[in-house]
Design a protein around this ligand. Sequence first.
Ligand SMILES: C[S@@+](CC[C@H](N)C(=O)[O-])C[C@H]1O[C@@H](n2cnc3c(N)ncnc32)[C@H](O)[C@@H]1O
Length: 269
Amino acid sequence: MDVGQMMRANEQNWDTRTPVHVASAFYAQDPSYWFSPYEWDDLGDVDGRSLLHLQCHIGADTVEFARRGAHVTGVDISASSLEQARRIASGHGVDISYVHANVYDVELPSSSFDIVYTAKGSLCYLPDLPRWASLIQSWLKPGGVLYVAEFHPLLNAFGPAPKPDQSEELLVRHDYLEGRGAQRKDSGHTYTDGPALSGATVSYEWAHGLGEVITAVASAGLRVTTVRESSELPWPRWSRMVRNERGWWELPADEPRVPLFYALRAVKD
Ligand SMILES: C[S@@+](CC[C@H](N)C(=O)[O-])C[C@H]1O[C@@H](n2cnc3c(N)ncnc32)[C@H](O)[C@@H]1O
């Protein structure tokens, strides 16, 4: 199977996940929930800015940019996701332009966005980060900002293992670095609450180490200004995670502090 076929399998898988996601409690949060305060510090005031949200899914978080006054374009490979994204945006009374396309094929005017944003489970669906970064470089205006807010590759590398006392510990069980190619996943359930998937269950993911992401962005000619690493997640990846004061999730305080999330800001000079 070639990479194009794998991305088409992902398209079908995301079409299948969409109705479950739309009906879930997971995605019923206020759009502001999905952002850490430091994201707004890093992005600055988005009012009046042209913002491109890549891999926006059902637009659960995209709406927040429009509520804050940005002129927003969302791109996603899943037509079902965008059908729901349009409905959700309309429910919030905001106007967002949604484009159905693969990020590698989408036709967008060059040098036309103040901000390109991508987040929370997006990069793992991209087989070629240097090409992705170079496309973003072409879409940004001079002075424009790329912002990536993603699950840390260490989070993806960890897996729980049972201990003799019935508790569990985290071990490195999966690749942190890229290089092994696509990982085939076949799961009858998605990551939200809700029923089993009814349709395409196979998806393909690509691991990307943090250094590999930063190098792809820098090699495309973007100047990296910030790389934050954080121990918080918007949902509990493992059962023993505890909710913190602002409603996100962390490992218990007596466990090692490790990064589970990161945010990268880069500028087109
Ligand atoms: C986990 S979601 C994105 C995160 C989003 N912030 C959320 O949680 O709602 C991943 C999205 O990437 C999209 N996607 C995967 N591969 C893509 C590609 N090559 N081009 C465009 N969108 C893609 C999927 O359709 C899906 O909507």
